[in-house]
Design a protein around this ligand. Structure first.
Ligand code: F6R
Length: 611
């Protein structure tokens, strides 16, 4: 999705803006641009289609001035990814330049009004309306700051904005409603960005701009106020994020790095949160909701994509361990339904980025109907994390690869801890809970063993990579793992893959199976194992090639297929944390073998901040 970087200070402006844009590349984009004011008092705007390096080569001849500047990576929504549609956009007079994240919902009406005032537009975007409107007010004798204030009050929809004005070269203005905007505070310099990733190498001291707030930067400082001019005191937070989290190290791709980080991430996720002696979990956010939790009668799980898959595993875990009715819902569907939310409903909101527009809207909807919201979020300070009633952070570190991997296993691990603790507060015995948590505690070591099989997984993947259609099947808690495996394969290798419950196959999809078709079974040993073995025979009987993720030493599986990846024995409800890892590696290898850019899959964005 789109990314914003802005800088004001004494360092080389363009270097900082370009570095920032590169840090935001992982979010997904199709064009980029930058604007700054040159000492000779000209507003320079440079834009390029494609990767940030194209922009870099266009500005390489330019001296790096100090001062104020803004930059942007655009993920096209209104208008195709062309240079004209790339940001920054300027107003008709060429004095105002803006970068914008979000969507201006009333852009058609605003454009009509501007056209009737004789304004000429040069792009197809909704964002240009913002530049033109600021410029319109400015040309009617409102000052720079006042023109921005008037404009943000006219715009409907979500926005993060950064604005420059040629007549006030030492000023930068940022504003936000519904789209992240963070201010990094350095020594007499400020860097603003839509994402911590662009700030972390400069400073760990940040301020989060809240909705309907404006920040005006000038004279080495800044002040914040609401759109209607009420002064706001902001608290400076110190963020615990290392630059190394954004570096590749010795790995070829972020996705591979993050797959390999999983044992350490899980260790961090669980650290200090499980009390093995008493069979309890210690999650501060749960304590904050102590009263509400005691009265919970129903749980609604909200998320999208991979987070939704983790939520579905959470649903199985909560029903099994805590015996609380639990429903998993797609955020995008839930927000537009007329859902029945009973008294005593707890909504568990699962999101890696904490920015997903649909999940945010679903959360607002469920809260409106009286539910208490608990977040399971990775990105510290993100919008969802700040708007839930309480919650817990994954501690998985920045996830850069577009295909979510380490966030998924951390989400499942936290949902397991949560389910166990909810169970303990109801029917779960101390012994049963303690042995469950003990098993969770040793999962990182077991995961390490699976990572050791990477080359065997590569070899196995290479045998099937030329097939264009794959099925992924599993039962019970392995069904969402099958869905996740299929999602990973399609999103980065562009191979068509479908995941489904293994027993559903005979209700239609079995018609697809023909000799040689790869069918991946997520089949660790559990109470449904015999039934899964029968499903496998239904596939092999029709010539399908079964790839099985099974428990170490499963002799029967070896008799049924030659293509197996063994995972260590574990508590069956926890097996998704292990069984998903070979599927992540298979997807990674398939994408590489097909020659795709693993970290920048086509059409995808890391965080989906628009509907
Ligand atoms: C898939 C993937 C997406 C996200 C989904 C939700 O690999 O990353 O399906 O899981 O867009 O994102 P978050 O968790 O940030 O709300």
């Amino acid at each position: 999705m789109c990314g914003i970087v802005g800088y004001i200070g004494q360092q080389s402006l363009l270097d900082i803006l370009l570095q920032g844009l590169k840090r935001l590349e992982y979010r997904g984009y199709d064009s980029s641009g930058a604007a700054w004011i040159e000492p000779g008092e000209a507003l320079r705007v440079v834009r390029a289609v494609g990767e940030v390096r194209h922009l870099e080569s266009k500005v390489s001849e330019t001296d790096c001035y100090a001062g104020a500047g803004i930059a942007h990576t655009r993920w096209a929504t209104h208008g195709s990814p062309t240079e004209e549609n790339a940001h920054p956009h300027t107003d008709q007079s060429g004095k105002i330049a803006i970068v914008h994240n979000g969507i201006v919902e009333n852009h058609d009406a605003l454009r009509e009004t501007m056209l009737s005032h004789g304004v000429r537009f040069t792009s197809e975007t909704d964002s240009e309306v913002v530049a033109q409107l600021i410029g319109y007010y400015y040309s009617h004798n409102h000052g720079f700051e006042e023109s921005v204030r008037k404009t943000v009050q006219k715009i409907e929809g979500a926005f993060g904005l950064a604005v420059l004005c040629l007549d006030e070269p030492d000023k930068l203005i940022a504003a936000r409603r519904g789209s992240s905007m963070i201010i990094g505070i350095g020594a007499a310099e400020h860097i603003i960005a839509s994402d911590m990733a662009a700030i972390v190498q400069h400073t760990s001291r940040v301020v989060h701009l809240d909705d309907n707030e404006i920040a005006v930067f000038a004279d080495g400082g800044f002040h914040t106020s609401t759109f209607d001019r009420q002064h706001v005191d902001k608290e400076i937070e110190v963020v615990d994020m290392e630059v190394q989290e954004m570096e590749l190290g010795h790995f070829e791709h972020y996705m591979l790095k993050e797959i390999h980080e999983q044992p350490r991430c899980l260790h961090d996720t669980l650290s200090g949160r499980i009390d093995l002696r008493n069979g309890r979990a210690r999650i501060a956010g749960l304590e904050e909701l102590h009263r509400e939790i005691a009265k919970v009668r129903q749980i609604v799980m909200l998320g999208c994509g991979t987070a939704w898959h983790a939520g579905m595993i959470g649903q199985y875990l909560i029903e099994e361990l805590a015996r609380i009715p639990c429903d998993i819902q797609y955020s995008s569907e839930f927000r537009y339904r007329n859902p029945l939310v009973r008294e005593g409903t707890l909504a568990i909101v699962v999101s890696q980025s904490g920015e997903t527009a649909d999940t945010l809207a679903a959360m607002e909807e469920v809260r409106l109907r009286g539910a208490t919201c608990f977040g399971i979020i990775n990105t510290v300070g993100s919008r969802i994390s700040r708007e839930t009633d309480a919650g817990v952070y994954l501690r998985a570190g920045q996830e850069v690869g577009v295909a979510s991997t380490k966030a998924f296993t951390a989400q499942v691990a936290l949902l397991a801890v949560l389910a166990a603790e909810l169970g303990r507060r109801r029917h779960l015995s101390m012994d049963r809970c303690a042995s469950f948590l003990e098993e969770l505690h040793v999962i990182p070591e077991k995961l390490e063993r699976i990572l050791g099989k990477a080359s065997a997984i590569r070899e196995l993947t290479s045998r099937f990579v030329d097939h264009d259609h794959w099925l992924y099947l599993g039962r019970g808690v392995n069904f969402p793992v099958a869905l996740e495996g299929a999602l990973k394969l399609k999103e980065i290798s562009y191979i068509h893959a479908e995941g489904m419950p293994a027993a559903e196959m005979k209700h239609g999809p079995i018609a697809l199976i023909e000799p040689g078709m790869p069918v991946v079974f997520v089949a660790p040993r559990d109470h449904l194992h015999q039934k899964v073995l029968a499903n496998i025979q239904e596939v092999t009987g029709r010539g399908g090639e079964v790839i099985a993720i099974c428990t170490e030493g499963d002799r029967r599986m070896r008799e049924l297929t030659d293509h197996i990846i063994e995972i260590p024995e574990t508590e069956p409800m926890l097996s998704p944390i292990l069984s998903v890892v070979p599927l992540q590696l298979m997807a990674y290898e398939a994408a590489l073998l097909r020659g795709h850019n693993v970290d920048k899959p086509r059409n995808l964005a890391k965080s989906v901040t628009v509907e």
